[in-house]
Design a protein around this ligand. Structure first.
Ligand code: FAD
Length: 380
């Protein structure tokens, strides 16, 4: 924010437009082709309970474009070995520094005394003492389930209760016996390694959102598809492929119930949509996995099925993420910090919340040491 003070009036104007306008309006300013606009608009609504016509989605588009996976601004990457390889690398690195990593050890309660954290209790009752706890869970889990409302300031509790975490994302994973052969660009080639969008235009995407807003699964869902096995042969046996489809929308209320049959019908419509473009796709599907908002909440702790632990809407960004007064990775409980995607710079696999959180922890520790030294000196 300090650097923004140096911006001149036209740049402040541009920034204001970017933060308040819709992805649709932004793309209309720069592009003519409905297909290009449709493909680019996908980044404006990924993981978001908002269509491309909703004000604020231009920011979401930018959020997804400012990453750099090593090939310059807005480049994306596939980790070799899949996303689990990222967790394994983090675990390996932590262990090299002497950490013990425990999995399948859900935290049931965070313990505090007089406003200072003292440890956690695991499911099953094991108690771990700690004067420093960093929570990377959804804020509703951390503050409304693992702590009691009465242990926190009312205003803060109100902010967390109002935290919007709606979604409507459905993830579809396909095991394929062969690569899809697209009529528009037949055969194998570089195009199979990029994003394969089922998003014919911005209207197409907006229509899918409006269906879900009315409480119906999208009749013509959009999908952001990738085939990581074009690059990474460690993911499946030779001769086969995996196609990963990130799709939207079903009603966000589906996080409350499995809706299995309707999800399968929805997945059929996504596959039919791709089938119109690549006629061999349907017969090449050996197996499919369909994960809706209910699965994401139950299995992954993504409340409401929101992939970012909270919507990227304007009222939930920067100093508001996840609550006014607590956007600096600290919490109302001393020694308890937060670093999930519901903090500033989340979501996405970017590590910025964790990096910033550690910086604040070190600052607090330095301050505490200084205070201790001054107290000792004054006493002496
Ligand atoms: C389908 C899908 C696709 C995505 N695609 C992309 C993408 O292409 N690029 C990108 O950058 N981001 C993507 N994201 C978003 C990205 O995965 C998240 O923003 C990121 O993983 C959030 O990291 P985190 O550490 O905040 O939380 P998480 O990764 O959600 O980790 C929180 C952990 O806490 C655990 N937990 C929950 N409750 C407890 C408890 N009581 N005790 C102990 N542990 C608990 C959970 O099991 C989980 O392992 C995607 C997400 C989804 C779901």
């Amino acid at each position: 924010a300090w650097r923004m003070r140096g911006l001149d009036v036209p740049r402040v104007g541009e920034l204001t437009r970017l933060m308040t306008m819709s992805a649709w309006n932004l793309l209309d300013d720069w592009f003519e082709s409905p297909q290009i606009k449709g493909a680019l608009a996908v980044d404006g609504i990924i993981g978001t309970w908002a269509g491309p016509a909703t004000p604020g989605t231009a920011y979401v588009l930018m959020h997804h474009e400012i990453g750099d996976a090593g090939l310059g601004l807005s480049s994306w990457g596939y980790p070799r070995g899949g996303m689990g390889a990222v967790s394994d690398a983090l675990k390996g690195s932590a262990e090299e520094f002497g950490a013990e990593v425990r999995t399948n050890a859900p935290v049931e309660r965070i313990l505090q005394k007089n406003g200072r954290v003292t440890g956690v209790v695991l499911l099953g009752g094991e108690e771990l003492e700690a004067d420093l706890v960093v929570a990377a869970t959804h804020p509703r889990i951390t503050f409304l389930e693992q702590l009691g409302r009465e242990e926190l300031p009312d205003e803060f509790v109100g902010s967390i209760e109002r935290w919007n975490s709606r979604s409507g994302v459905v993830k579809i994973n396909l095991a394929l016996s062969e690569l899809p052969d697209f009529t528009a660009d037949p055969g194998q080639g570089d195009h199979l390694g990029g994003a394969i969008e089922l998003a014919h235009s911005i209207d197409y995407i907006e229509e899918a959102f409006q269906d879900a807003r009315r409480g119906e699964p999208a009749r013509r869902p959009f999908s952001d598809g990738v085939i990581p096995t074009v690059f990474d042969r460690t993911l499946c046996p030779e001769g086969y492929h995996i196609m990963s489809l990130f799709t939207q929308w079903v009603p966000h209320e589906w996080s409350q119930e499995p809706h299995r049959e309707e999800l399968e019908a929805y997945a059929n419509r996504v596959i039919d949509g791709y089938g119109e473009l690549a006629p061999n796709l349907k017969r090449s599907i050996l197996h499919r996995q369909v994960l809706g908002p209910y699965d994401m909440e139950q299995d992954l702790g993504l409340i409401g099925g929101n992939i970012f632990h909270g919507e990227l809407s304007a009222e939930q960004l920067f100093h508001m993420r996840p609550a006014p007064g607590y956007a600096d990775y600290r919490t109302p409980i001393r020694g308890l910090y937060q670093a999930s995607s519901a903090t500033h710079a989340g979501g996405g696999v970017c590590a910025i919340p964790a990096y910033n959180c550690v910086r604040e922890i070190r600052r607090d520790r330095r301050r505490a040491r200084l205070k201790e030294r001054l107290t000792l000196r004054n006493r002496g």
